[in-house]
Write a protein that binds this ligand. Structure first.
Ligand SMILES: C[S@@+](CC[C@H](N)C(=O)[O-])C[C@H]1O[C@@H](n2cnc3c(N)ncnc32)[C@H](O)[C@@H]1O
Length: 172
């Protein structure tokens, strides 16, 4: 069993947009996740990537959430239409497992009442990116709307069902 963490804290410089009104110590967060979990992923803004990578273990990788539909802000051109997902030590998978891409294309969610809420398509991809299995332990460190954990439960059930289908016997 592996122990996964997903961290989706306020992006660097964005703490003021949440009720806590504080910046998260992301260097401390990365250290903690590296010591306490077998594998982790961290969502970030592309503009904070240089800073964050300087705090990461050497063997991290960077995946991308590409957003075909995203918010266009006045005088921000080019628009920020993708976000990095830094990930560390995904499960090593054999050739029998489908290869997952290191990017996902998914529209942003609207009207969830929380800046930075992730769409379910993103969550489904995240679990595959990390090579999670239904028996793994998954900790959503900054739950916000709770969608990541809700989707984890759904994903787990689907995976379990596919691997052990309790189907009635065929009569033919
Ligand atoms: C980007 S949102 C998480 C979104 C979540 N992944 C989702 O899809 O709904 C960041 C969350 O961290 C919380 N937060 C902000 N500052 C924090 C702090 N200093 N410590 C702990 N949580 C914080 C925010 O209130 C918010 O719920």
């Amino acid at each position: 069993m592996m122990k996964f963490a997903y961290a989706d804290p306020p992006y660097i410089g964005q703490g003021k947009r949440y009720p806590e009104k504080t910046e998260v110590d992301q260097e401390g967060l990365i250290n903690k996740m590296t010591h306490l979990y077998s594998s982790w992923a961290l969502s970030a803004s592309s503009s904070s990537l240089k800073q964050l990578l300087s705090w990461c273990p050497d063997d991290v990788r960077v995946a991308a959430w590409v957003k075909p539909f995203c918010s266009f802000k006045p005088n921000v051109n080019p628009a920020y239409a993708w976000e990095p997902v830094i990930f560390w030590h995904p499960r090593v998978r054999g050739r029998a497992i489908l290869t997952v891409r290191d990017w996902v294309s998914a529209n942003i969610t609207l009207k969830k009442g929380l800046v930075g809420a992730k769409p379910p398509e993103f969550c489904f991809w995240l679990f595959e990116l990390l090579g999670a299995e239904p028996t793994d332990d998954f900790c959503d460190l900054y739950p916000g709307t709770g969608i990541v954990t809700q989707t984890w439960e759904l994903w787990k059930n689907q995976k379990e069902w596919v691997s052990k289908p309790d189907l009635p016997e065929s009569k033919s």
